[in-house]
Design a protein around this ligand. Structure first.
Ligand SMILES: Cc1cc2nc3c(=O)[nH]c(=O)nc-3n(C[C@H](O)[C@H](O)[C@H](O)COP(=O)(O)OP(=O)(O)OC[C@H]3O[C@@H](n4cnc5c(N)ncnc54)[C@H](O)[C@@H]3O)c2cc1C
Length: 341
């Protein structure tokens, strides 16, 4: 540990998604934590997207809970108004045919949008947005120096946690094989996600659908998000299947938008209507196809760790639990370093 930080160890977390911010929150009081986020907002794959006056969840749509620790957290979020149970009518949609989804799964959404969860976590953390970390450099005394993509020095840290999608972990930790190696083995899907606002409701009976035999995989109506929506406008999020997204990854956005809109009307078997506003986004690293099978990775000798949904389960719950687990590993490491000093 560096001399000047002997009393309060300094931890850098790269990535202000759910995993990074959960880890940062859990480390509060144990270390001086700085979170670096390359985007202009926090949230990563649960961030919202602004289309005109509307904001949409264009990544994670809802989440489910299976772990008791996560359940406790979700109950606390619910009490503070950050999440709500979501009981929308979800169907399967096969070329206009509705198949009722007979599952009892309790789903939740962030309120008023998913990003509210990470906004709330970030509120209590030191987050540096628009900080694209491109290099982490090990010093002779064991500490790390961080640099952004403009080569600007971003500080000296005792421990670094990379809380990004697996391909970014592999890039950033390229010189530490114990971290980069496992991350390199993770494959991720791509996802084109389109957002459409229609002047009038489309009169579809369901709230969301898993779409079968189509370029699409998921469609969801989105009404509550804009409290100023006095005009009865209706918003839909449309996500393409991983196969289609990969095939059209290099296509022009306008072409993709039209193709997804056509596929939407075809899947719903309703006449096409021109949207008043639309946008489309490609998630280059949407969901891990395989996972590591352990909650996080940490190399004590390097004082470097990595966490995220690619570690155990490719969903919101997995990202949060991985962030907690990473904080636990860092705390153990810091205690051992204290004992050895
Ligand atoms: C289209 C889509 C739909 C989904 N639907 C669902 C769903 O319905 N239910 C569900 O449970 N899950 C869903 N997910 C998955 C869920 O969103 C993720 O599992 C979860 O948000 C991952 O969180 P994370 O913190 O591990 O990673 P991320 O959210 O990816 O966070 C990583 C952060 O690191 C930042 N970053 C990357 N590189 C750098 C760098 N060099 N310097 C600084 N910052 C950097 C990124 O900008 C990002 O903010 C969906 C994901 C997508 C994309």
């Amino acid at each position: 540990m560096t001399d000047e930080t002997a009393s309060t160890p300094r931890v850098a977390i790269i990535g202000a998604g759910l995993a990074g911010l959960t880890c940062a929150t859990a480390l509060k009081g144990f270390a001086e934590v700085t979170v670096f986020e390359k985007a202009v907002f926090v949230g990563g794959r649960i961030s919202r997207y602004q289309v005109g006056e509307f904001s949409f969840n264009h990544g994670g749509q809802y989440f489910t809970v299976s772990n008791p620790l996560f359940l406790n957290l979700v109950e606390a979020w619910q009490t503070s108004g950050l999440v709500r149970p979501w009981d929308g009518w979800i169907v399967e949609l096969d070329n206009g045919q509705l198949i009722n989804l007979e599952d009892q799964t309790q789903r939740y959404t962030g309120y008023p949008h998913m990003q509210a969860i990470t906004d709330s976590l970030a509120h209590h953390c030191d987050v540096k947005i628009s900080s694209n970390i491109s290099e982490i450099e090990k010093q002779d005394d064991g500490s790390w120096r961080l640099f952004d993509n403009r080569g600007v020095y971003q500080g000296l840290f005792d421990v670094v946690v990379i809380a990004t999608a697996a391909p970014d972990v592999a890039d950033l930790a390229k010189n530490i094989d114990s971290i980069a190696g496992p991350a390199r083995n993770i494959d991720m899907t791509m996802c084109w996600s389109a957002l459409f606002v229609f002047e009038q409701p489309l009169s579809l009976p369901f709230d969301a659908a898993f779409v079968l035999n189509s370029p699409l995989s998921w469609v969801a109506r989105y009404q509550e998000v804009n409290p100023h929506n006095e005009h009865d406008q209706e918003c839909w999020v449309i996500q393409a299947s991983p196969e289609w997204s990969l095939q059209y990854a290099a296509s022009f956005r306008g072409r993709v938008m039209h193709a997804l809109l056509d596929a939407f009307f075809e899947a719903c078997d309703i006449p096409s209507v021109k949207p008043v506003t639309s946008n489309v986004h490609l998630w280059k690293h949407a969901l891990p196809i395989n996972t590591l099978g352990q909650d996080c990775v940490f190399d004590d000798a390097a004082a470097l760790g990595a966490c995220g949904d690619w570690c155990t389960s490719p969903r919101i719950e997995g990202a949060v639990l991985s962030g907690f687990s990473m904080a636990d590993r860092v705390m153990k490491y810091l205690h051992r370093s204290d004992d050895a000093a």
